[in-house]
Structure formats: structure tokens, C-alpha cells
Design a protein around this ligand. Structure first.
Ligand code: ADE
Ligand code: ZN
Length: 329
């Protein structure tokens, strides 16, 4: 059994395996421009974030009904449970679905059906985080938050994703202020391809509690000192960083340096269907490449629960931490 862990950086649309994409396409009468799942998988070679996003948005065309979103989440939860995930905080991209005529209610109801039964079926607790697409306008983000009003009981927080460079966090100041007023938790992708200044803006302007990726913070020692002092969690995604070429090879990944600097890093899978592995696959790969110690692996697992939004259920957090402490390698 793998080390128990929380997954805090996971795009549900990025869990769409080629086989499921073809099954959903068939069910919905959509013809994909690929012969089969194998041919599609061969397209999973990316030169940067944008080249991945192009395929990621294209394949979303197969997600149309509530049932599609339930099946997608169900498949992820089964994978996650097998990899030791006990708690998952799951991103979704409603603007990408609304643009195709799939309403917010369809997406949330479909996901919620799988998430609500996940503790019983898979032994996994969950939270849902709605992301704004940063390459869309600030007005579109505000409209999206307004459209989510009837569904906020299912939604714990907001995030910010998609093409980073040229779309600084400050563009979304107002919608994050509104999210805070609504009692939503706040996270944002920053420092994946964008500069350390975007990490500072996410903290100072958006008031985020966690940084997704945050890798390029390592270029700015003062920022690192601040992140260490304030115990700001970074949701690091090692296989994603290599596949999207922000890191050349896994053995060059800064995760070990980050832990040694005292940063509160966690390991996550980002878009596992596209990047070659789920949560434990990421842990194993980066642990082997960087020769992480058992104590560092335990620290990563502890961090994942400490950084989670389980605050409304402290007993559960304590129980998960006790499982990590009792784990025998
Ligand atoms: N959307 C899905 N995966 C993403 C990533 N790694 N960065 C930005 N946006 C994303
Ligand atoms: Zn991401």
C-alpha cells in the first residue's frame, strides 16, 4: 500500500484517458480526428504549456452530459485511491465547458455525484475548486463566479489556470475579492512558466493560501524566504514539469532543494492522463530521480494534509496525519 496522501493539484479534465475520451465520443456522436486511443496517446508530446493546453481543450469536446462528468470523476477517484490518495482537492474549468454550451449546473452536478459517494466507494474525501481561465477576460471570470452562485455548497474554493505568461494574477483582483466575500478559499497557478513576480502578486493581490506549481520562486531568494517563513504551501507536479519542459529531466527537478530550503512542498499529478502518471507515480519517479529519503517522503505526505482545506474537519486531518506517521516503508 502506498503512503497515504492528499492530492491538491489535479485538473479533472486532465484525467481524461484516451480510452475514456473515445468511449464518451462514441456515446455522444462525436468524431475525434484520431484513429484510436493509441494514435491519440502518441500526440502527448508537448513543447510547452500552450501546446498541451491546445490538446486539453480540444479533447474536452467529448464531455457533454452530467453522466460524462460523473464517469470522468469516478475513473479518477478509482485511480487515485489505488495510489494512496485519501483526500483530493479537484480543479475544474467551467469556462471551457460553458463556451461549448455545457452549463455550470451540468458540470457541477455530474462531478458532485461521483465525489459525494467517494468516501464510501473509494475511501477518498474530496473538495471541489473552480478555476478561472487566466487567458480569458476578468469579466468572464466574474460572470463565471456569478453563474456558480446556486452551486456554492459544492465548491470550496477558486483557482486560476491556463496560459500563464502575459496574464498576471493582478488581472483577477476583483473576482478574487468577491470570492473571498463569498467565503471561498483561494489558490492560483503561479511560477509555472511565469516569473517569481507572479507568485508575489498571487499572494499580495489575490490573497491566495497556496501556490500551484511555484517552481520559478526558486529564482528569487527573498521570495523563498517569505514562502518558508509564512509556510505557504506549493503544489508541485514533477512529471508535469518535465512533460511541459519547465524542467529538462527529473534529476534536475528542484523538489529536493525546495524541501531542504524549508519550503512546504507537496507532490501532485496535475493532468495525469497527459503527463504519464497519477499521484504515487509522481512520488515514486521524483523520489528515485532525486534520491529522496523516507523522512522526506513522509514530510511530503504530511505537508499534503496540512496544506489541505480540511480545516472544517480537523478530526479527519488528524486521522490522516496519524496514518502517515504510522506508515511503515
Ligand atoms: N490547466 C490544466 N493543467 C494546467 C497547468 N499545468 N497549468 C496551467 N493550466 C492548466
Ligand atoms: Zn495545474
Amino acid at each position: 500500500m502506498p503512503l497515504p496522501k492528499a492530492e491538491l493539484h489535479l485538473h479533472i479534465e486532465g484525467t481524461l484517458e484516451p480510452e475514456l475520451a473515445f468511449a464518451l465520443a462514441g456515446r455522444n456522436g462525436i468524431v475525434l480526428p484520431y484513429a484510436d486511443a493509441e494514435e491519440l496517446r502518441h500526440k502527448y508530446r508537448f513543447k510547452d504549456l500552450q501546446s498541451f493546453l491546445d490538446l486539453y481543450y480540444e479533447l474536452m469536446a467529448v464531455l457533454r452530459t452530467e453522466e460524462d462528468f460523473t464517469d470522468l470523476a469516478e475513473a479518477y477517484l478509482a485511480h487515485a485511491a489505488a495510489q494512496g490518495v485519501r483526500h483530493a482537492e479537484i480543479f475544474f474549468d467551467p469556462q471551457a465547458h460553458r463556451a461549448r454550451g455545457v452549463p455550470m449546473g451540468t458540470v457541477v452536478a455530474g462531478l458532485a455525484r461521483a465525489l459525494d459517494r467517494a468516501p464510501e466507494r473509494h475511501g477518498v474525501t474530496t473538495r471541489l475548486i473552480m478555476c478561472f481561465l487566466r487567458d480569458e477576460s476578468a469579466e468572464s471570470a466574474s460572470e463565471t463566479l456569478a453563474a456558480a452562485a446556486p452551486y456554492l455548497r459544492h465548491i470550496t474554493g477558486v483557482g486560476l489556470d491556463s496560459a500563464e505568461v502575459g496574464h498576471p494574477p493582478s488581472k483577477f483582483r476583483e473576482v478574487y475579492e468577491e470570492a473571498a466575500r463569498l467565503g471561498l478559499r483561494r489558490v492560483a497557478h503561479a511560477g509555472e512558466e511565469g516569473p517569481p513576480a507572479y507568485v508575489r502578486e498571487a499572494l499580495d493581490v489575490l490573497g491566495v493560501e497556496r501556490i500551484d506549481h511555484g517552481l520559478r520562486s526558486m529564482e528569487d531568494p527573498e521570495l523563498v524566504a517569505r514562502l518558508v517563513r509564512d509556510r505557504v504551501p506549493l503544489t508541485v507536479c514533477p512529471l508535469s514539469n518535465v512533460r511541459l519542459r519547465t524542467v529538462d529531466v527529473l534529476s534536475d527537478h528542484p523538489l529536493r532543494t525546495m524541501l531542504e530550503a524549508g519550503l512546504m512542498a507537496t507532490v501532485n499529478s496535475d493532468d495525469p492522463a497527459y503527463f504519464g502518471g497519477y499521484a504515487e507515480d509522481n512520488v515514486r519517479a521524483v523520489a528515485d530521480a532525486l534520491r529522496l529519503t523516507e523522512e522526506q517522503l513522509r514530510e511530503l505526505a504530511r505537508n499534503s494534509f496540512l496544506a489541505s482545506f480540511l480545516d472544517d474537519d480537523e478530526d479527519l486531518r488528524s486521522a490522516y496525519l496519524a496514518e502517515v506517521d504510522a506508515y511503515v516503508f
